[in-house]
Design a protein around this ligand. Structure first.
Ligand code: ATP
Ligand code: MG
Length: 298
């Protein structure tokens, strides 16, 4: 296959992952213009292009080398891995979890059924679009069940009488309730991930990928980070520090003209609540600020 000098990332053309994926890439400083046939988004600054496809095709496109990377649900990636084990396919790697498109792959049974554990499924039929992941779970739990593979509308299979249970993606659980189903087992916690081959290409694309990974780490980390600034006296420093929400060691700075006072700066992983601020204040802090973090480069 002809080698490319630009990095090519496959992503969902239109669906749940499209907007958050584009938003994330924009935050990494990438911008794009659309090709006339709407198949590509061409990178305007950096040498990174996007290929817009159905999410199910993404792992295959990476394995074939048509794309270097893909943004896809872990559910789709892992199902692909299972369907290709033993075949001579390029093994795929989950490079980064991306923090959106969260859902879980679960087994659900009709609400009126008493479910007592995996053995309940012995000899029953389970409808799913994920025969690989379901098959693996059934083997681990030593359950022999019939797997009915459906491309979509899995949740109506029990009502139609074509299956006794389902194994499908669940987010809020609303679809299950609407179909009188009850979630009984979680097989996989999923979210969108950056998928790619196990090894990076050793050319300009590899360099670009490394740069992209660094920016992604920065964006993902700051999305959850807050910078906490406060003033404290040296006497109360220890008590104040003990209450700081997790993160690396705080930085201390002197306050001009007040030798017993210190400015403290701490990067906190996650929200800082009013309650936490009030506790820290009670311990002796004042002049407190919680700031969102826009960019970070470690
Ligand atoms: P395509 O046309 O690209 O094949 P699709 O219908 O298969 O689209 P979407 O419904 O857009 O895909 O879902 C894409 C991904 O979003 C899923 O594979 C999953 O990782 C994630 N996701 C998050 N919540 C849900 C949910 N409630 N139902 C289905 N997928 C979800
Ligand atoms: Mg799909």
């Amino acid at each position: 296959m002809k080698t490319r000098d630009r990095l090519r990332i496959a992503m969902q053309k239109s669906g749940r992952l499209t907007e958050p994926a584009l938003d994330l890439l924009n935050r990494c400083g990438l911008s794009f213009r659309q090709s006339r046939d709407k198949l590509f988004l061409f990178g305007e600054g950096e040498p990174v292009d996007l290929l817009l496809v159905r999410d199910d095709d993404i792992p295959g496109l990476i394995a074939q080398g048509v794309c270097d990377l893909g943004i896809v649900g872990r559910n789709v990636l892992n199902e692909f891995k299972l369907s290709t084990t033993g075949l001579e396919a390029e093994p795929l790697n989950e490079w980064r979890p991306l923090g959106f498109g969260r859902c879980r792959l679960s087994i659900a049974v009709p609400q009126e059924l008493d479910y007592e554990g995996p053995q309940h499924l012995e000899g029953r039929r389970i409808a799913t679009s994920y025969p690989g992941l379901l098959g693996e779970w059934l083997r681990t739990h030593a359950v022999k069940a019939g797997v009915v593979t459906l491309a979509g509308s899995v949740e109506i299979a029990p009502k139609l009488g074509t299956a006794d249970a389902i194994c499908d993606l669940v987010q809020s659980g609303g679809t299950l309730v609407a179909n009188q189903l009850r979630e009984t087992e979680v097989l996989l916690e999923s979210e969108a991930v950056l998928a790619g081959p196990l090894t990076l290409p050793v050319d300009e694309r590899g360099d670009m990928l490394e740069l992209l990974l660094k920016r992604l780490d920065g964006v993902i980390q700051v999305r959850e980070s807050r910078l906490l600034l406060l003033q404290t006296s040296r006497a109360t420093l220890e008590a104040v520090t003990r209450l700081l929400p997790g993160g690396p060691q705080p930085t201390l700075m002197p306050v001009a003209g007040q030798p017993d006072q210190l400015m403290l700066q701490a990067l906190c992983a996650g929200e800082v609540s009013w309650r936490q601020l009030e506790e820290i204040k009670k311990a002796g802090a004042r002049e407190m600020f919680v700031l969102p973090v826009e960019k970070m480069l470690a």
